[in-house]
Design a binder for this molecule. Structure first.
Ligand code: SF4
Length: 696
């Protein structure tokens, strides 16, 4: 059909395919793409409401300098000049980019190249830091590469699915539907490990409401149980694993008394043993983990404690059998692919001397970053300290979403030069910008994204660019040209960027890295436009699985099991702050609601911010349903409505993360959240902040 476009949903990491058909009245019809391997035609409430979010209300259509509308060229001149001057005067590390998993891979690529290869600092980080960076560390420590071994198909092939820290029903709804259907079809057992009894528990055969922060202990106990019951795949371990003895010894030392362990994890002993027994006896076990694992001061260790159990039993890279990290954003994987994280260089390369030299040659860069830059939370701390003097924030709203958001706001207030490029106006972050730049959004952009199962799909535009809005890659390209880097930034379309990204992934890569798009070299523009969703490794049969052959990307070619030790969250409840605040998504909103908030249908699901509180805790605090309460932590406060429920345990609270100054100034969750991060990944501990509550 001539007026139908195939694209992908811009919300979560499931990466559903979407068919957009223009209607005669100018509206569009949205349907799931039956041929996309992520969703086979299904969409969730958010995806199916996309047509309601395409209006120009609240769109940023013109650039502004200090609040005054200017022409794009003038704004870009100022941005280029100020970044150039700042880097020359204070050194390259005085500038930073904070980017987003909402960007397409082509946007990410150009931003990464400009700052790392031409300004000469690795101060580029992404809001994906808040989402999946602990999984990246876990993967790299275990596999030598940030490779996701499993794919969505495994949901339909597994006999046991263990969901750890994942409210799949609300956060990745189409995957939840696939699991539910598989359960009906083949009787898949489902275990949910989550302090809350979430909507996902609807299909759980077993729910373990683990004490927040105790997952490492739970999985060390599992590893010990597997060892005690002869579950080691000795051939696999002997040939393909290092560190097994140490990991098993640590597990035995820490978690051999299951009665004590059950008490420590706040789980009934019988339930704990049932889980261990099911895992022991079920070869086809898929462990899916998400933010409850990642957003923790011990997130990386939690990931490795899960990976240990799969490596020990050789249950990895096989049909229905292995670990699968479920990420939040549509292009969290694409950002990782181009290296858009402060601790990566480019194309899945780290800051090794060889990689630095390889990328420098490929880019012909005059000055290339030689070491990792600041990760998200540290980046804004460096802004606060005045070390970073110019920052460009693209497609994200850190004044709401970062932990200790009050401090982030102070940092931005005092920063010498703040640029915000976004598709919407009036975000909380924009209030601190010296220059705002109008960016293209879903429906106007062309490029690629990579979803949770490393499937690369096309996003296609189906609308004209409104006002002076431009795609992010183009805005960055024009700034780079104005900084004097015309030759290296001569892209005219996103295809040109994609072709270079492909070439870099293949450059001096003789199968030594997991990420390699070399078979796309020489792809024509028409072929680029016609790319079908495909999972990497694209150079082999796409159905090939990573690690089934026992070959890993470490120096030895073997995977690592890590001896991981439980470390309790840094901030524990005190007399002043006696409760633990957990945060997360609701079903029908996305991030800080800039798009999903435009749909009345979506907003009617849960229309105001709220606090889940157990009836016993409410009674203790003299609170009842519908009361307004003040929630206070050491870092800030919020005011919101009480919802008494037994989905949280006594002493634990839950608050959604979406509301912001624009729609509910007193319920910005980031103001409350502590800024402690995982020491390896830099991912914040967004699910464990001590707070108190009182009637407002
Ligand atoms: Fe699919 Fe996620 Fe979009 Fe829902 S929000 S349609 S699950 S990609």
């Amino acid at each position: 059909m001539a007026d139908q476009k195939r694209t992908t949903c811009p919300y979560c990491g499931v990466g559903c395919g979407v068919l957009v058909t223009k209607q005669e009245d100018g509206s569009v019809q949205i349907k799931g793409d039956p041929d996309h391997p992520a969703n086979f035609g299904k969409l969730c409430s958010k995806g199916s409401a996309l047509g309601e979010t395409l209006g120009l209300e609240n769109r940023l259509l013109e650039p502004k300098i200090e609040g005054q509308t200017v022409k794009m060229d003038e704004a870009l001149n100022v941005v280029a000049q100020r970044f150039k001057e700042t880097a020359e005067k204070y050194g390259p590390d005085s500038v930073a980019f904070y980017v987003s998993g909402q960007l397409l891979s082509e946007d990410y690529y150009v931003a990464n190249k400009l700052i790392k290869g031409f300004i000469g600092t690795a101060n580029i980080d992404t809001n994906s830091r808040l989402c999946m960076s602990s999984s990246v560390v876990g993967h790299k420590r275990a596999f030598g590469s940030d490779t996701v071994p499993q794919t969505y198909e495994d949901l339909e092939k597994a006999d046991l699915v263990v969901l750890v820290g994942s409210n799949l029903a609300w956060c990745h709804p189409v995957l939840f539907q696939r699991l539910k259907a598989a359960q009906k079809e083949r009787g898949t057992k489902v275990v949910v490990i989550d302090p809350r009894r979430t909507a996902t528990c609807e299909i759980a055969d077993l729910h373990l409401a683990v004490k927040p922060g105790y997952d490492v202990l739970l999985f060390n106990g599992l590893l010990n149980y597997l060892a005690q019951n002869g579950a080691q795949d000795s051939v696999y371990v002997d040939n393909h694993i290092e560190g097994c003895e140490q990991a098993v010894a640590m597990a035995a030392e820490q978690a051999s008394d299951y009665q004590v362990l059950a008490r420590q994890c706040d789980i009934a002993l019988a339930d704990l043993m049932t889980f261990y027994d099911w895992f022991l006896k079920t070869e086809k076990t898929l462990s899916m983990y998400s933010q409850g694992v990642n957003q923790s001061s011990q997130g990386s260790d939690k990931v490795n404690s899960i990976l240990n159990c799969h490596l020990y039993t050789g249950r990895i890279g096989k049909e229905g059998c292995g670990p699968l990290s479920v990420t939040g954003q549509p292009n969290a994987m694409g950002g990782r692919e181009v290296g858009g994280l402060a601790n990566m260089l480019a194309a899945h390369m780290d800051f090794t001397p060889e990689a630095i030299s390889r990328v420098k040659t490929f880019w012909d860069s005059p000055t290339i970053a030689g070491k990792p830059g600041h990760k998200a939370v540290d980046m804004f701390e460096a802004v606060h300290k005045g070390e970073i003097k110019a920052i460009w924030i693209m497609a994200t709203n850190p004044a709401v979403s970062l932990p200790d958001a009050n401090r982030v706001r102070k940092a931005l207030e005092t920063c010498e030069f703040v640029v915000v490029s976004d598709c919407v106006q009036n975000t909380d972050t924009m209030a601190y910008a010296n220059v705002v730049l109008p960016a293209a959004t879903w429906g106007e952009r062309n490029g690629t994204v990579t979803n949770t199962e490393r499937c690369i799909s096309r996003q296609h535009s189906f609308k004209e660019l409104p006002g002076e809005a431009l795609p992010d890659w183009k805005i960055i390209t024009r700034v780079a040209q104005k900084m004097g880097f015309e030759k290296a930034f001569s892209y005219e379309t996103s295809y040109d960027v994609f072709a270079e990204h492909v070439a870099l992934s293949a450059y001096e890569n003789e199968g030594t890295r997991d990420f390699d798009l070399s078979s796309w070299q020489g792809l024509s523009r028409e072929e680029f436009d016609a790319i079908e969703p495909i999972k990497w490794p694209i150079n082999n049969n796409p159905k090939d699985r990573f690690f089934a052959d026992g070959k890993f990307y470490t120096a030895s070619g073997k995977a690592n099991m890590l001896a991981v030790d439980l470390k309790a969250p840094k901030h524990t409840p005190t007399a002043k702050y006696p409760y633990v605040l957990n945060t997360g998504r609701i079903r029908d909103q996305w991030h800080t609601m800039t798009r999903s908030g435009l749909s009345p249908r979506l907003s009617s699901h849960l229309h105001e911010p709220y606090l889940d509180i157990h009836p016993d805790t409410a009674l203790k605090e003299g609170l009842k349903k519908q009361d307004l309460v003040k929630v206070e932590s050491k870092w800030g406060e919020a005011i919101l409505r009480v919802k008494t429920c037994d989905t949280v345990k006594p002493g634990e609270l839950f608050m959604p993360m979406h509301w912001n100054d624009e729609n509910s100034a007193h319920a910005v969750v980031g103001r409350l959240v502590n800024p402690v991060t995982d020491p390896f990944s830099g991912q914040p501990e967004s699910k464990h902040t001590p707070v108190n509550v009182s009637k407002f």
